[in-house]
Structure formats: structure tokens, C-alpha cells
Design a protein around this ligand. Structure first.
Ligand code: PGA
Length: 251
């Protein structure tokens, strides 16, 4: 069964004890109700990884992820964290190319491609985030931008990558943290296009999970998750409170 991913990206929020408490509240609040076709991934800050990992350890369907890493096993990279260190802290997943890494930290596609390949070879499941800015959408360049980000981001990976290890997140930049969600048509169109690209690039069109992110909330999640080609959601703001994120997970 291909499980839908319900991911909480806490960005640079929460002390470690707040992170542990939120994760616990989600796990306890959902209890036995976690649908068998869904899995939950928490992406806390680096300082809280180990503690959150320990708090969900042994809970079926719950996983830990790193928000970022540097594509090397170790070395003189002050301030960075390696995929091996993420795995050591208990991570199964890692994000690559989140819009804030691309647009605030200036990470470029060729660097992201290195992260994708290095992360996969370090046994992490990689969620590659892609998405257009509002100007690119207004200029009718959505498909061109998504195609380029996918092509470049996946350029170094082996065609035989296990579909279970690679996930794509479509996150229109203009919908992130703005309260403005993409319309159902926008999502259908983008996800359909991403599927087709994955088939062309990797011959794995159907198996690779494609998530939607951008102002997902408890009251719009059920509609989004039911759309064709939507295999989960990546949630920022609405994942910070246990109650709100639990409602999303169960939507
Ligand atoms: P948002 O963030 O849910 O607050 O829009 C999504 C994300 O950044 O992944």
C-alpha cells in the first residue's frame, strides 16, 4: 500500500521541550485512529530532533525528518549538519529545496541535486520541494519552472531509485505561509504535470509520492488530500499546534 504522508514542518519554531510536547500530544490525541494508509512525519529544528525521535520511537506510522542537510558525510562545514548525523538522531526523511532554502538562503538547483543524490545514498528518504513564484505563475511559466526544478534536482539520481525513497512536494511559493491556498484546479494541473515528468525522467510515474504544501489547514485538507495525484501534505503554520495538525492528519 502506498501511504499518504502527513508532514509537519516546524521550521525555526519551538524549543526542544515544546517540540516533544507537541509531537506527544499529536500521537496521544490521534491514538488508534491513525488511518492505516497514512504516515506522519515531524520535521523539528535540529536541536529537537533526537528528543522528538525518542518520543515517537516505537509508534507505528510516525517518523522523524530533518529540514535540511549538507551533502557530505562529515568535514569542515561550520554550521551544517550531515545526513549521517540526521540518521543518527533518528531521521528517516529529509527535506531538500524547500522554498525558504531556495529563496531566503539562495540554494540553487545544482546544489540541491547534490543533496538529493547524497541524501538518498545516505539512506534517507528525500522530499524534494518544487514550486513557482507568483511572478512565474502570472507569466504562465508554472510548467516550465516545475519541469526545470525536477529535471535539475533529479539529474544525478539513478533511474532505479526506489520509488519509496523519493517524494516530491509541490509548494507554490505564493501559497506558503500566506493563507492563500492553490485552487483545486491549480493542484490537479501541477500534480498531473509532475506525474508525467516523473514518468519521463525516471519511468516511475505512479509510484513516487507527490505532496501538496502551501497554507494547508484543517478545513481544506480533506478536499486537497482527496484530489487525484495528491499523496499527502506538507504543512507549516497549521502544524505548530497539536490540535490543528491532528485534525489535518485525520482529515
Ligand atoms: P504553510 O507552510 O503551511 O505555513 O504554508 C508550508 C511549508 O512551508 O512547507
Amino acid at each position: 500500500m502506498i501511504k499518504k504522508i502527513m508532514a509537519a514542518n516546524w521550521k525555526m519554531h519551538k524549543t526542544w521541550d515544546e517540540a516533544v510536547q507537541t509531537a506527544r500530544e499529536v500521537v496521544v490525541g490521534i491514538g488508534e485512529d491513525l488511518p492505516p494508509d497514512r504516515e506522519v512525519v515531524f520535521f523539528p529544528s535540529g536541536t529537537a530532533l533526537k528528543a522528538v525521535g525518542e518520543s515517537i520511537n516505537g509508534q507505528n506510522g510516525y517518523f522523524l525528518g530533518g529540514q535540511n542537510f549538507y551533502p557530505a558525510a562529515q568535514g569542515a562545514y561550520t554550521g551544517e549538519i550531515s545526513p549521517l548525523q540526521l540518521a543518527d538522531a533518528g531521521c528517516a526523511y529529509a527535506l531538500v529545496g524547500h522554498s525558504e532554502r531556495r529563496h531566503v538562503l539562495g540554494e540553487k538547483d545544482d546544489f540541491l541535486a547534490e543533496k538529493v543524490i547524497f541524501g538518498l545514498s545516505s539512506n534517507l528518504k528525500i522530499i524534494l520541494c518544487i514550486g513557482e513564484t507568483i511572478d512565474q505563475r502570472r507569466q504562465d511559466r508554472v510548467e516550465g519552472v516545475l519541469a526545470a526544478q525536477l529535471q535539475k534536482g533529479l539529474e544525478k539520481i539513478d533511474q532505479n531509485v526506489s520509488a519509496h525513497d523519493l517524494v516530491i512536494a509541490y509548494e507554490p511559493v505564493w501559497a506558503i505561509g500566506t493563507g492563500e491556498t492553490a485552487t483545486e484546479d491549480d493542484i490537479l494541473q501541477a500534480h498531473g504535470f509532475i506525474r508525467k515528468m516523473l514518468k519521463d525522467l525516471l519511468n516511475q510515474g505512479q509510484e513516487i509520492r507527490v505532496l501538496y504544501g502551501g497554507s494547508v489547514k484543517p478545513d481544506n485538507c480533506a478536499r486537497i488530500i482527496a484530489l487525484d495525484n495528491v499523496d499527502g501534505v506538507l504543512v507549516g503554520g497549521a502544524s505548530l499546534k497539536a490540535d490543528s495538525f491532528s485534525r489535518i492528519v485525520l482529515a
